[in-house]
Design a protein around this ligand. Structure first.
Ligand code: MN
Length: 144
């Protein structure tokens, strides 16, 4: 279900909207929010709920690892998109799970007419890093 109004969306964003995602704002088009769900000091996995305003998406990026690694998205509220380079965009709905392999160029975010949230799980690996690339252009995005 699409949510254009933030107050309505907050009622179904069960894992919390959290705080403005200032640390990564330079890699996003539009406003996103981050709610860290675990204490990194005690949790072996890093889990955070990422919320995107309508039209918000992250830049093309790659989760690098020499072994293991990648990212898993667990979609929790609203409607969004996931796209790997050279492939058709995949619709994201609550209950959708996306396994993003390491070394795969991709982006994820909201639909243009709905708030969206997913839990991001960073898959442990060796020599992990994120490489942030160019923004998804309005031309690419608006064609979805
Ligand atoms: Mn990613």
């Amino acid at each position: 279900m699409k949510y254009q109004n933030r107050e309505d969306f907050e009622k179904v964003n069960d894992f919390g909207t959290g705080a403005p995602n200032d640390g990564f704002a330079q890699y996003f088009t539009g406003d996103s929010f981050l709610n860290v769900l675990v204490d990194p000091a005690t949790s072996p996995l890093f889990l955070a709920n990422v919320t995107f305003e309508p039209g918000c998406r992250n830049n093309w990026h790659i989760h690098h690892a020499s072994k293991g690694g990648g990212q898993i998205l667990i979609c929790t509220a609203g409607e969004g998109w996931y796209q790997e380079e050279g492939k058709v965009a995949q619709e994201l709905l609550p209950g959708t799970v996306v396994v993003i392999p390491p070394e795969t160029k991709h982006w994820h975010g909201a639909k243009k007419d709905s708030w969206f949230a997913h839990i991001s799980l960073e898959v442990p690996g060796e020599n992990t890093s994120n490489e942030w690339l160019e923004p998804v252009t309005d031309q690419e995005y608006n064609a979805l």
